[in-house]
Design a protein around this ligand. Sequence first.
Ligand code: AMP
Length: 193
Amino acid sequence: MKIVFLGPPGAGKGTQSERIVKKHGIAQLSTGDMLRAAVKAGTPVGQKAKSVMEAGELVSDEIVIGIVAERIEQPDCANGFILDGFPRTIAQAEALDNMLMAKGMQLDAVIELLVDETRLLERIEKRARDTEAAGGQVREDDTPEAFKQRLDAYHAQTAPLSDFYEITGRRRTVDGMQPIDKVASDIDRILAA
Ligand code: AMP
């Protein structure tokens, strides 16, 4: 099963991905996590991505497509995968279709979580306050300021993906502001269809 999750940062894609991964025994591929790992390890990709990520902007299509192409060849992707945070641009979506087509495969589902962004920002601000109150450090790209930039980047570059998948008849939507369990059951219904 090969699934793409769409929706702005903070919409709950990570939470739902984790659940689906356990349920279907597929790999969870978060390009954000992969890039953060590369930054931490100081790899050449990480060095290129670091400042871009801290500014809340998008890493180049070339880098991200390369990471994903390599990753989906790993054995744990044999059963399928759920992509979280990729594609974020039309170029990435086309590259993904081509990668899969070359393997005689295609996406099984494209699910977009729809959210109320004002309420989303309030959630992020609360999460930052709670983390600081608990003595923790807010992830550099998870401050309310960086979050706003990520939302802007989402709108500027990623929102057209909705149209891309809509036009190709693959887009399904779920109300991401519902309780987590309800979001989960809506997603399960789409995957079972
Ligand atoms: P995320 O955890 O998915 O919000 O990703 C964190 C950051 O990693 C983003 O703000 C981008 O800078 C970068 N990133 C993750 N996925 C992509 C992607 N598909 N294309 C470009 N940049 C990405």
